[in-house]
Structure formats: structure tokens, C-alpha cells
Design a binder for this molecule. Structure first.
Ligand code: ADP
Ligand code: GN1
Ligand code: MG
Length: 360
């Protein structure tokens, strides 16, 4: 991305100070993120090109983020650090549209740390506190939210996309991934019966984050404590189990999400226990028995969904996720499947940990 162009986009937002530099930041799979440094005492900013293929209604998404962050700000001790602050464009809109791209800006929260991997149980505990608190702060949010990605964690919808993608086989890859396809099909019924409990109301829905991997949480540098959840593009109504499950997929993995060496990949029960302990310290009092009963399973559900999504994107010709090399989505599929198998083989222990923590 040309720097002149970035400067011209940034100039359309109501930012303070004189821009010193604009540089790429982070390794998100969907948006393009830049940090805007300003001279002197003026704050720094995050500038993002939102992926409008993935998010067809960026204005609606920005309305969600604004509403949710305002709600959180009214409740926390340090409103400029404990959630994102959306910076509007000079024309008052929450985004700038330029040559078909949508851009948005928020304050850069200084003195923070973010991680791609959990390197200690204390960090996993803090991550659990962070998502538990995020959900608690939004438990009384009662305005309607736009559905920024249709059926995001709805496995019935994902299977519809899956069936259509396999039938279309647009780049002729179906024949080379027969084994991987069988991993998905072998679990179709089990995953659908879990989702039926959400559909029939046995498992309640709430305002949830929906993308709770570790890199979407900021930690306070001076104290090491969790500060806030960021990357709020997918905040929507869903089961809070999805936030727990997606975090478990991320924090407990002993390898990388795209590890080529499958021996590295597996679920750490110590990380699972620590994350669950942090999460339940914030959420236990308000959870229903059905949520507690399915909490451990949510790790398997979201990891399964991720195997499906990576493989579906591979079959579809790599249109959704950014990839760094030709079969990256297939490598991700296999590594996430190894993680899923590790969860399946330790499921009894996961359930025992939740029962024990829930009884405290
Ligand atoms: P993506 O949608 O591409 O995943 P994110 O919103 O997660 O983008 O941002 C990418 C990374 O940038 C984060 O993991 C975090 O390290 C950093 N980051 C994002 N927003 C902020 C912010 N407001 N303050 C400080 N760092 C941020
Ligand atoms: C994407 O945007 P990012 O990188 O934080 C994706 C998640 C996946 C994750 C896999 C909007 O998250 O759902 O779980 O990659 N976000 C979207 O790492 O699809
Ligand atoms: Mg992110």
C-alpha cells in the first residue's frame, strides 16, 4: 500500500496532531491494519482497511462497534483504555469509502502487549478474565446488532456453504482432499445436534465477541493484567460458548495454528484449566446449567468449525483467508484437525475440570 494513499485516507479522519508515519501492524487474516504515529503529545491511531468481501455491510458493522464500545465506556474505570475508541471521519461517518474500499480508525491503546501464542498459564487465566468481563459488560446491552457475517458460528449454515462448495469444486481440489473431507463428514451429526440446542433455546444467546483468539486481546504492559478485547468486527448475538470455544482453540494449542509439524500440535490441559478458571471467575454466577454442561464441548465445536472453514476455503480456491503460500489453508486444516483430535481424546478431563471449577 502506497504511503501517499494512506496519508490521504488518514487525513479524512478527525485525528489530532501531525502524522509522522503509517506502518503495517499485526497478522490478522481478514483486514489490513496500520498504526498511525503522530508527532509530540497527540495520540497514535489504528487505521484499518476493512475487508468488505468478508463484511458486506461495513457501515452497519461500524454502528455495532460504536454502540458496543459506548456501552462499555459508561461502565469502566478507564474508558479510553478498557475498550476501543472509534474515531469518526471529518464528515461524521464512522468510515471513509475510497475506490470501493472501506477504512476505519480507532485510538491506538499505548503501553499494551498482544500475543500470538499463550506462553504461560497466567496469561491464559488473564485471557479468560478478559472475555468473561467483556461478556459481563455487555450482558445488559439491549439494542439490536447488525449480523456482520451471516451465520458466522452457525454450523447449519456452514454445512450449507460446505455442501455448495464441494458440489461446485471450483478449482478441482475435491479429489485431492477426500480424507480431509471425511474428517468433517464423520462429525456432521454430532455438531448439528449441539447446534440444535442453541436453535431450540436450550442454550441461551447473548451479545458475544465471536473472534476471541489471543491476538484479539490487549494486555496492560505495566501490570500484565488483561486490558480489553479488540477486533470487534464480529460482535453479534450468539451463544457465549462460542467465545469460550474459540479462545480454547487458540490458548491451549501447544503448536501454531498452521504448524507443519503435527507433533507440535495438541491441547494443553493446564492452559485449558487456567483459561476456564479466569473465564468462570467472571461468568460462573450468571451461567445456566446448559451452558456449563456444554462449555468443554464448545472447544471441540469451534475447532471443528475452523477445520471446516479452512478446508472449505482451500476447496474454494483460497478466497476468504489471507494465505502466505500455495497450500497454506490445507496446512492449517491439518494442524487444526490434530488439535481437534487432541481435544477429543482429552474430553473427559476437560469436562472434569469444568465440573470441579463450577462447583467452587
Ligand atoms: P485483524 O482484523 O486484522 O485481526 P486487529 O483489529 O485484530 O486486526 O488488529 C491487529 C493487531 O493490531 C492486534 O492483534 C493488536 O496487536 C494491534 N491492535 C489493534 N488495535 C489496537 C489498538 N486499538 N491499540 C493497540 N493495538 C492494537
Ligand atoms: C480470523 O481476523 P482475525 O485474524 O482476528 C477469522 C476468525 C478465525 C481466525 C483464525 C472475521 O480472525 O473467525 O477464527 O481468523 N475472522 C473472521 O485464525 O473470519
Ligand atoms: Mg485480529
Amino acid at each position: 500500500m502506497n504511503n501517499e494513499k494512506l496519508l490521504a485516507i488518514a487525513a479524512q479522519f478527525a485525528i489530532e496532531g501531525v502524522v509522522e508515519s503509517i506502518k503495517p501492524l499485526g497478522e490478522g487474516f481478514i483486514n489490513d491494519t496500520f498504526v498511525v504515529r503522530t508527532e509530540g503529545d497527540a495520540p497514535d491511531y489504528i487505521l484499518q482497511r476493512k475487508n468488505h468481501v468478508v463484511f458486506p455491510d461495513v457501515p452497519g458493522m461500524m454502528d455495532n462497534i460504536k454502540a458496543v464500545t459506548e456501552h462499555i465506556k459508561a461502565k469502566v474505570a478507564d474508558p479510553m483504555r478498557e475498550t476501543l475508541t472509534v474515531i469518526p471521519a471529518k464528515d461524521g461517518k464512522l468510515y471513509v469509502e475510497d475506490e470501493g474500499n472501506f477504512w476505519a480508525v480507532c485510538l491506538f491503546i499505548a503501553d499494551t502487549l498482544s500475543y500470538d501464542r499463550a506462553d504461560s498459564t497466567e496469561l491464559a487465566y488473564q485471557g479468560g478474565v478478559g472475555i468473561g468481563r467483556f461478556q459481563a459488560l455487555l450482558s445488559d446491552f439491549d439494542k439490536p446488532l447488525n449480523e456482520t457475517i451471516k451465520g458466522f458460528h452457525n454450523i447449519r449454515w456452514r454445512f450449507q456453504q460446505w455442501d455448495a462448495t464441494i458440489a461446485a469444486d471450483p478449482v478441482g481440489r475435491v479429489k485431492e482432499v477426500q480424507e480431509e473431507i471425511s474428517w468433517i463428514e464423520a462429525r456432521r451429526e454430532e455438531m448439528m445436534s449441539f447446534w440444535a440446542l442453541v436453535e431450540n433455546g436450550t442454550i441461551p444467546t447473548h451479545v458475544t465477541h465471536n473472534d476471541t483468539k489471543i491476538s484479539n486481546i490487549l494486555f496492560d504492559k505495566p501490570t500484565g493484567k488483561v486490558l480489553c478485547a479488540i477486533d470487534l468486527d464480529t460482535v453479534m448475538s450468539s451463544t457465549s460458548l462460542n467465545d469460550f470455544g474459540d479462545a480454547i482453540r487458540s490458548y491451549t494449542n501447544t503448536g501454531a495454528e498452521d504448524d507443519k509439524c503435527l507433533d507440535n500440535v495438541g491441547m494443553s490441559l493446564d492452559m485449558f484449566r487456567a483459561y476456564a478458571e479466569g473465564y468462570l471467575s467472571e461468568q460462573r454466577a450468571t451461567m445456566t446449567q446448559s451452558e456449563l454442561d456444554w462449555l468443554a464441548f464448545s472447544g471441540r465445536y469451534i475447532t471443528f468449525e475452523q477445520v471446516l472453514r479452512f478446508l472449505m476455503d482451500y476447496i474454494d480456491g483460497d478466497k476468504y483467508y489471507k494465505t502466505a503460500y500455495a497450500d497454506h489453508n490445507l496446512v492449517r486444516t491439518r494442524a487444526q484437525y490434530k488439535l481437534l483430535q487432541s481435544m477429543e481424546s482429552q474430553y473427559g478431563e476437560m469436562q472434569a475440570i469444568i465440573s470441579k471449577l463450577a462447583a467452587l
